[in-house]
Ligand binder design. Structure first.
Ligand SMILES: Nc1ncnc2c1ncn2[C@@H]1O[C@H](COP(=O)(O)OP(=O)(O)OP(=O)(O)O)[C@@H](O)[C@H]1O
Ligand SMILES: [Mg+2]
Length: 268
């Protein structure tokens, strides 16, 4: 792999390994930020094709969460565009995006602690309450624990269980694409693994996924493709396993973590 990809002329290589055909979700040359005159995203590109599991990794402050928020209408896009199934959704409001099939799970404060699991899932479906039974069956098929413990207050769940409820709530609206912001953050290694397995399971059930992760190496293992963001721009991209073995990506973004994981797992 060569130098970081930044120019529009290099757009094809920005999506290296992406399948042919129209993307489900596409961000093109996104510029976005919070404060006037300060751009956090300086021209980001991302595509998600139907059925793909796409990762976003990169250093702290690179703009990963900002990119997810820009896709979901939570931070203003100043230029560039976001499309869903070819239709422009740039700066559309989150509730309208949910109706159109985009789900978002923020990193923190993603369950209502005083409500039961079942009530949390009802909140996820407030725009289509009649579908509750059908969607609840789908969720319980994926995560049987949630059915067994449907009356339990979400506030009394462990971090990993809360994360499962948050994902399930976003799945209630039957999204075609799910945006996950660091689902494994703050969890023990075993719980982190469960989160990655759960993410794969949701993807295998037919939901396309964009996952932002601090645990870069683990993320690259499960992703079809990934983007490395650095300072609000695409730095590298490609199939997950390819990036994981790319010496430049290892040196710059996987660093000691890669060495630690190799040491801990004996390279497996
Ligand atoms: N609400 C906000 N108002 C102003 N600046 C913000 C806001 N949220 C984030 N930023 C700034 O935007 C930049 C990118 O933040 P962002 O949260 O997108 O990074 P990140 O890649 O998700 O980092 P991390 O890995 O730490 O989660 C940071 O410099 C941050 O300080
Ligand atoms: Mg973040």
């Amino acid at each position: 792999m060569t130098a970081p990809v930044t120019s529009t002329a290099d757009r094809d290589s920005t999506h290296r390994g992406a399948p042919a055909g129209e993307p489900l979700l596409a961000a093109t040359d996104l510029v976005a930020g919070y404060l006037p005159g300060v751009d956090i995203l300086g021209g980001c590109d991302l595509v998600v094709h139907p059925g793909e599991l796409v990762g976003i990794i990169g250093p702290n402050g690179a703009g990963k969460s900002t990119l997810l928020k820009a896709l979901f209408g939570l931070v203003t896009v100043r230029s560039g565009s976001v499309t869903l199934k070819g239709e422009d959704i740039t700066n559309h409001r989150a509730d309208s995006l949910v109706r159109r099939g985009v789900g978002f799970v923020p990193q923190n404060n993603n369950v209502f602690p005083s409500l039961s699991i079942e009530e949390n899932l009802q909140m996820g479906l407030y725009q289509a309450p009649k579908r509750f039974d059908e969607r609840f069956d789908f969720i319980v098929d994926l995560f049987p624990t949630l059915g067994e413990r449907r009356k339990q207050r979400a506030g009394s769940l462990s971090g990993g269980e809360r994360q499962m409820v948050a994902m399930a709530r976003a799945l209630m609206m039957d999204p075609s694409v799910l945006l996950l912001d660091e689902p494994s953050a703050g969890l023990s290694p075993v719980r982190q693994d469960e989160t990655f397995i759960r993410t794969r399971k949701i993807n295998k059930a037919g939901v396309s996924i964009v996952i932002v992760e601090q645990n870069a190496r683990r993320c690259l293992q499960i992703c079809d493709r990934a983007y490395v963001l650095d300072q609000g721009r695409n730095a590298y991209s490609g199939p997950g396993r390819e990036l994981m073995n790319d010496p430049k990506v290892i040196e710059l973004y996987l660093g000691t973590l890669a060495t630690d994981v190799e040491a801990a797992t004996g390279g497996h």
